[in-house]
Design a binder for this molecule. Structure first.
Ligand SMILES: [Fe+2]
Ligand SMILES: [Fe+2]
Length: 227
């Protein structure tokens, strides 16, 4: 049970990180004068992520978890890194929503399929429903940014940065040999093996990233490249 509680506690921390990023990103949208519906959707996402943290904490407690999450204050929020706010909106929006939330959908689908513990399964069900909306928010954002007056130069910037962003994501998603390390009980509590993360990302790259970036006329490498 210890590994199960630990993983759900790690998810609480990740949901706080997502909430902070969504909240901060929405402030950037306000500063950029984005449309009110986009701003409200961003606020709604931050609220969803806090709800996910709360549900994940309930699962952690049900798994006999002790202690509390570690809040790494320096990683909670976004940092302006580029001269133009539009470029930061583009790169952080693609990293967080287009890449992160798009692969989150099949990941949570897989977790939910194997999960039989009621409280965990209810949390995963709600998270999955929300992640679909968070993913769609990302692609709407990208379309909005690329169809603006600076669309061509933003597209060039994105094409330059995408390969390293994707490699960093792949690097954080584990690798095949860890497959056997997960027990049936862990799966029933909604955990996945490292190999599941790697395999789902690989499939998502072909099924989701490539066609969605193609619609936005953004070139990406034909296959997932790991760093
Ligand atoms: Fe979430
Ligand atoms: Fe999310």
């Amino acid at each position: 049970m210890e590994s199960i509680a630990e993983e759900w506690l790690r998810r609480v921390e990740a949901e706080y990180r997502s909430a902070a990023a969504a909240q901060h990103y929405t402030l950037w949208l306000i500063q950029a004068g984005a449309s009110p519906d986009l701003i409200v959707d961003g606020m709604h996402i931050a609220e969803d992520e806090i709800g996910h943290a709360s549900m994940s904490h309930q699962v952690f407690l049900a798994a006999d978890g002790k202690g509390s999450p570690t809040m790494d204050q320096d990683s909670l929020g976004l940092m302006r890194q580029r001269d133009s706010l539009e470029e930061d909106l583009l790169i952080e929006g693609v990293r967080f929503f287009c890449l992160g939330e798009t692969v989150a959908v099949p990941l949570f689908q897989r977790m939910r399929e194997q999960c039989t513990v009621e409280i965990a399964s209810q949390a995963l069900e709600k998270i999955l429903v929300d992640e679909v909306r968070h993913r769609d928010f990302g692609w709407t954002l990208l379309d909005w940014l690329l169809s603006g007056p600076n669309g061509d130069s933003l597209r060039e910037t994105l094409e330059r940065e995408l390969p390293s962003m994707i490699a960093a994501l792949a690097g954080s998603y584990g690798s095949a040999p860890e497959a056997s390390k997960i027990s049936q009980e862990e799966r029933e509590w909604g955990l996945l093996a490292g190999s599941d993360y790697a395999e789902i990302l690989e499939r998502c790259y072909q099924r989701d990233y490539r066609p969605r970036f193609a619609v936005c006329n953004v070139a990406i490498p034909p296959n997932l490249v790991r760093s």
